[in-house]
Design a protein around this ligand. Structure first.
Ligand SMILES: NC(=O)c1ccc[n+]([C@@H]2O[C@H](COP(=O)([O-])OP(=O)(O)OC[C@H]3O[C@@H](n4cnc5c(N)ncnc54)[C@H](OP(=O)(O)O)[C@@H]3O)[C@@H](O)[C@H]2O)c1
Length: 285
């Protein structure tokens, strides 16, 4: 099996490259400057010359706040470019593995009350920000293309590469004595090493369709930060604040837990507790 990895310079793409190298999996990887997923001709030429069996699309516009002012760019990369990839996959009978987000859901208080286990794969979507909307456009393009696909929605992605909440907390913890962290947005982190291992397991088992993948647990960003500082024995005072006190350009869902019931029913897939996932990540940083 030969893989083609796009967005290979990002946090998930880099994890995929490591994984393939360590396991001796045949792959070609491309950073954004090497292969723009919106470039139809380049995508076509690359596919024709490399003949991959599976394309792993880790390329995305992920700047949630900036997306509010750069709607066109977000939709172009997360929607239109994903359509380019999906149409090429259909044309050449290649499986497309793609990642989406918990932010496709509305994440209301009533959803948390009615649905404490989290959103299921078939639940209706209703994004509250441009980033979520653009990712939903990508999901729709894949489904409409008729290609064989594996679409994994992940939440609060963290890993050893790139930028993420854990790395930001470690930086703030080394610079400040006191910080404010939002305590009214609920969800669960997803760790990139788990994402790659479990995606590969799904590919090997020839699974397709939509799956939710995250850690076990339901926490707020405040609780997440407290555990990061506890595990790293960093002495910093963390104040819980509300979203209204911590203004951001993009609105965030109040509740964006993804139910992992469907994926955890698959053989050899094990969902880790969020504290254990964090421990593994901190050991690598
Ligand atoms: N990060 C999260 O918290 C989170 C949460 C839920 C879901 N997800 C999803 O998980 C996936 C992986 O996210 P991530 O955190 O690994 O993102 P990331 O670190 O921002 O990486 C995305 C990569 O895509 C590249 N890229 C952007 N536009 C491109 C284009 N037109 N052609 C080719 N490459 C392009 C970026 O390159 P440049 O840096 O050069 O632009 C970057 O290397 C994405 O689908 C994301 O939507 C992420």
């Amino acid at each position: 099996m030969k893989l083609l990895i796009t967005g290979a310079g990002g946090q998930l793409g880099s994890e995929w490259v490591d994984f393939c190298q360590e396991r001796g999996i045949s792959f070609n990887s491309f950073t954004s400057s090497e292969l723009d997923i919106y470039d139809v001709d380049k995508i076509e030429n690359t596919i024709v010359s490399l003949c991959p069996d599976v394309i792993i699309n880790c390329a995305a516009y992920t700047k949630v706040d900036e997306a509010e002012e750069n709607k066109e760019s977000a939709i172009q990369i997360n929607g239109s470019a994903v359509k380019v990839l999906a149409d090429s996959c259909k044309k050449h009978s290649i499986k497309l593995v793609h990642y989406s987000t918990d932010y496709v859901f509305a994440g209301t208080k009533s959803d948390k009350e009615n649905n404490p286990e989290g959103y299921k794969e078939e639940d209706s979507t209703d994004p509250v920000n441009v980033y979520g909307y653009s990712k939903l456009k990508g999901e729709e393009a894949i489904k409409d293309s008729g290609c064989e696909f594996l679409l994994l929605r992940v939440s609060w992605l963290c890993g050893q590469y790139g930028n993420n909440f854990v790395k930001t907390m470690l930086k703030l913890g080394s610079e400040k004595k006191e910080i404010n962290i939002v305590d009214d947005q609920y969800g669960a982190p997803t760790f990139t090493d788990q994402v790659v291992e479990q995606t590969f397991e799904l590919i090997q088992q020839e699974k397709s369709g939509v799956y939710h993948l995250s850690s076990d647990g339901l926490i707020t960003w405040y609780q997440f930060s407290k555990e990061i500082f506890k595990q790293k024995r960093i002495d910093v005072k963390v104040n819980p604040v509300s979203s209204s006190e911590f203004k951001t350009k993009a609105k965030r869902p109040f509740f964006s837990k993804l139910s992992t019931k469907k994926i955890s029913n698959i053989e050899r897939i094990q969902i880790l507790d969020w504290k254990e996932g964090l421990q593994r990540l901190l050991a690598k940083l």
